[in-house]
Design a protein around this ligand. Structure first.
Ligand code: SF4
Ligand code: FES
Length: 255
């Protein structure tokens, strides 16, 4: 096309509520600029849908800059779309071409029930965090400044890498077992690698794994798809670390 804009066929999952049967709906959308983000393209489609008096497509989003983890969806069968290391909001339409057909679907996992259309309920992740994804800090007024505790550079780097997990759920959605181990292991590792996380180290891993299991997430079978589709490139090395943490926390000291 002369101005570089694209005409697209969009096949979007529509589901009116968590119990309704959903189905793919077809939409034609013209005038899509390659400079638009994927979410701006859905905004444009929604304007077209609203002008026709129909119900807009529900989808989650907040920061639109790769931080909040809300913009979770499958694009052509890939979590957050075809590019690696980016969220859906950071994906641009230049990654597609004129005439493309794009399939857009919500996460598919028992632990993430569909609320509406592309929006899923990820409260299971909140409950896992509530079970142990925190450090308790003494607020007596004599709390030591975190910067006053020396941390080996390698540990600090690994903890920081783990802390970049944004809780988007792509790892769960991508895993054939719907395992949440990449997410949980990132949260466990972030604290296990730092001295500030050590006082609650054992209860944390035991409680978070227990909650993960209760939420209906499956086991890790080392397929590695989670690491490939994670927009923050969280390493499965964290899963091995969590397994070590769990084993060590489960072993009862001999009397
Ligand atoms: S580990 Fe990656 S894919 Fe999983 S929730 Fe965190 S950022 Fe998302
Ligand atoms: S909208 Fe926040 S990460 Fe995409």
């Amino acid at each position: 096309m002369s101005n570089g804009n694209m005409n697209l066929t969009l096949k979007v999952w529509r589901q009116s509520n968590s119990t309704a049967a959903g189905k793919m709906e077809n939409y034609q959308l013209g005038g899509v600029s390659p400079d638009m983000s994927f979410l701006e393209m859905i905004d444009m489609l929604n304007e077209q849908i609203i002008r026709k008096g129909e119900d807009a497509i529900a989808f989650d989003h907040d920061c639109r800059e790769g931080i909040c983890g809300m913009c979770s969806m499958f694009i052509n069968g890939e979590a957050h779309g075809p590019n690696r290391g980016v969220t859906t909001c950071q994906l641009h339409m230049r990654s597609f071409k004129d005439g493309d057909t794009i399939y857009i679907e919500p996460w598919r996992a028992e632990g993430f029930p569909v609320v509406k259309d592309l929006m899923v309920d990820r409260a299971a992740f909140d409950r896992i965090i509530q079970s142990g994804g925190f450090v308790s800090v003494n607020t007596s007024g004599r709390t030591m400044d975190a910067n006053a505790i020396p941390i080996p550079k390698d540990d600090a780097d690994k903890a920081f890498d783990a802390a970049t997990c944004i809780g988007c759920g792509a790892c769960v959605a991508t895993c054939p077992n719907s395992s949440a181990m990449l997410f949980v292991s990132a949260k466990v590792s972030q604290f296990a690698l730092l001295p500030q996380g050590h006082p609650e180290r054992k209860e944390r891993v035991l409680n978070m794994v227990k909650q993960m299991d209760e939420e209906g997430f499956g086991n890790c079978s080392n397929i590695g798809a989670c690491e490939v589709q994670c927009p923050k490139n969280i390493s499965i090395e964290n899963i091995a670390r969590m397994n070590r943490e769990y084993l060590s926390a489960s072993v009862k000291p001999e009397n």
